[in-house]
Design a protein around this ligand. Structure first.
Ligand code: SOE
Length: 383
């Protein structure tokens, strides 16, 4: 694994746990973790249970005792590491968004397709696909329970940047993160909307906004927390992104991704309206899926809340008795399970790098639309 901050911790937990709850077709060994600071990576190895550590990812990728490279670094190094790992014949799991540009994502997708021909697998870590409630939502759509899908409403709401003194962490720097709330949060919404509907987004019209354009440089930062230093720097990404979308199958959608939704911590929400029924999900209540079946008697029909904890629900046979809830970390454990199963069975896991590229194209189109003031026509003022 390369990187050992927030995502590195989540992935380490998943690699360690997957084989203890699921029957994995191949055993998993946490062979080595990589980070630039020798002291910090040594501590991470010890804390998260990695057998050894490296301080240069090139050394890690070259090691003959490693079969899989898991990329948990900021977006600016995804392409380099993934291309080198695939060239060295390692299977690759890469954090989202796949890259910082369409060009990088294209290279990665082409390399992944070439490697797959030789049995080397790759996957993007869009972990929300592995929320049991959303996996169930996908099953309901596949069974036709929603009928023809007309509309998608997707929001991803966080508030950790409302404080203007929050430091200029890497997630606020375009050269490191690619974009702001758009790529960090909106990428999840785009992936899940396309996955659930089975339709790709074909056009967008967007607005991006940066509310706080200058922030203190970090004295230290990790994950979503940090300490401000005395110097200041420019924020080069969006704080909030809004866009409308058309899907290839005829559906339309409205998307919102923001780190300024005061009071919302991790509200990754999606609602899908179809001719036969509707679905609604909110990650702040991630064990629940709301479902409305339009064929029910109108007198008593309505959204009903499904508690997604039955052992017949996706992934849940491996966990607790009904009603005993699971959380965010489980989505990463499920992701490891699916990845290892696909590698062992010689299948291409999903989401593929090609699907990651498609998300990247939507992100790029959103940025282009916002920059050109796209399809938005100024509303005339009073006469
Ligand atoms: C930060 O906004 C973040 O950790 C994202 O980077 C993750 O992808 C998301 O799952 C939670 O929020």
């Amino acid at each position: 694994m390369v990187g050992h901050a927030f995502m590195g911790a989540a992935h380490s937990h998943a690699w360690r746990t997957a084989g203890r709850f699921f029957d994995l077709p191949r055993p998993v060994e946490l062979t080595a973790v990589c980070g630039r600071s020798p002291e910090r990576v040594r501590q991470a190895a010890e804390r998260y249970g990695w057998q050894s550590y490296e301080t240069d990812w090139r050394e890690l990728v070259a090691r003959p005792d490693i079969d899989v490279v898991d990329i948990c670094t900021p977006g600016d190094s995804h392409a380099r590491i993934a291309l080198a790992a695939l060239a060295a014949g390692k299977h690759v799991l890469c954090e989202k968004p796949l890259a910082n540009s369409v060009q990088e994502a294209e290279e990665m997708s082409a390399a992944a397709a070439k490697a797959a021909a030789g049995g080397v697998r790759s996957m993007v870590a869009f972990n929300y696909r592995r929320v049991p409630a959303l996996a169930l939502a996908r099953q309901l759509v596949e069974q036709g329970r929603l009928g023809t899908i007309h509309q998608v409403r997707a929001q991803y709401l966080q508030d950790w940047l409302v404080d203007p003194q929050f430091p200029l962490a890497w997630r606020l720097q375009k050269d490191r993160a690619g974009s702001g709330a758009l790529g960090d949060l909106g990428a999840h919404s785009i992936d899940i909307a396309q996955y659930l509907t089975g339709q790709r987004i074909s056009s967008v019209g967007a607005v991006l906004e940066t509310f706080v354009t200058e922030r203190p440089l970090p004295a230290s930062s990790s994950g979503l927390s940090g300490t401000a230093g005395s110097e200041r720097g420019q924020v080069t990404v969006d704080d909030a992104a809004l866009f409308t979308a058309r899907f290839e199958g005829g559906a339309i959608g409205v998307f919102e991704a923001t780190r300024f939704a005061t009071g919302h911590k991790n509200a990754m929400r999606i609602e899908i309206s179809g001719s036969a029924g509707s679905l609604a999900f909110d990650a702040e209540s991630m064990n629940e899926l709301s479902f409305h079946d339009r064929s029910e008697d109108a007198a008593t029909a309505g959204f009903r809340r499904i508690l997604v904890t039955e052992d017949t629900h996706p992934y849940l046979h491996a966990w607790w008795p009904p009603g005993h809830l699971i959380g965010y970390e489980h989505t990463f454990t499920h992701q490891v399970h699916d990845f290892v199963a696909a590698v062992a069975e010689g299948r291409d896991p999903r989401p593929s790098f090609a699907e990651g590229l498609q998300v990247q194209k939507v992100l790029a189109a959103v940025e282009s639309s916002a920059a050109a003031l796209g399809v938005h026509i100024p509303v005339q003022g009073p006469p």
